[in-house]
Design a protein around this ligand. Sequence first.
Ligand SMILES: Cc1cc2nc3c(=O)[nH]c(=O)nc-3n(C[C@H](O)[C@H](O)[C@H](O)COP(=O)(O)OP(=O)(O)OC[C@H]3O[C@@H](n4cnc5c(N)ncnc54)[C@H](O)[C@@H]3O)c2cc1C
Length: 203
Amino acid sequence: MIETPVLIAGGGPVGLTLALALSRQGVRSILADPGEIMPVDLPDGLAHFTLADVRTEPRVSLRPGWRLFGFERFADGVTAHLMQVRGEGQQQVRAGYLVGCDGAGSLVRNFLDIDLEDEIAVAFGRGRVILAGDAAHPTPPASLDGLALGVADAHCLAGHLAEGMDGANPSTLLESYQIDRRAVARQIRAGADPDLFIRSRDH
Ligand SMILES: Cc1cc2nc3c(=O)[nH]c(=O)nc-3n(C[C@H](O)[C@H](O)[C@H](O)COP(=O)(O)OP(=O)(O)OC[C@H]3O[C@@H](n4cnc5c(N)ncnc54)[C@H](O)[C@@H]3O)c2cc1C
């Protein structure tokens, strides 16, 4: 079994931003995505780095072609199950935290049995399994806020996780993250000042 402090399910803009932001704060992660993992540049003002940097980042291990298909939660970590999309390989990963950045139809959110209310998850995770980006607040059709909101989630969560690696209580970590980010998501979706999610980026 492979071990990692953080396993990220999903290599879209939010998962990639999270992996980079964690790495820059000294935290290793594995990032799995069923697809190719194609980092595209974020619009100016959303990131301090280029997502393509993820390919050479020493603390990020990319697993393109691998999808998360299940996990078990424990008090001290998560055992996640990955499978190869082409091929029959399977891999178990023991992670301190699992972050679901797996988009609007999030398997992680569904496995946690977390409902959506007005397109925002009623909880942003359970224990050591956490949601970010569209997994936490699917972007409605014709809305232009999904990317900025999700990237700001990733920056915020990276800060909390980096602090949490020193033994912080996971429920306190999740609580402070979701208080911050759920409030911003609700305000933005209610039509608040769009700069709010950019200003909240560095929380
Ligand atoms: C047509 C369209 C236009 C849009 N236009 C805009 C816009 O102009 N501005 C804006 O801000 N937002 C826009 N959005 C929304 C924006 O694309 C999303 O908010 C953003 O992509 C969310 O990023 P994410 O990383 O959370 O999820 P996604 O980009 O959806 O990435 C999720 C990743 O998770 C992976 N994944 C799925 N299941 C698993 C699994 N089981 N295991 C591992 N990985 C998994 C997927 O392969 C994918 O790579 C648009 C969306 C659409 C559909």
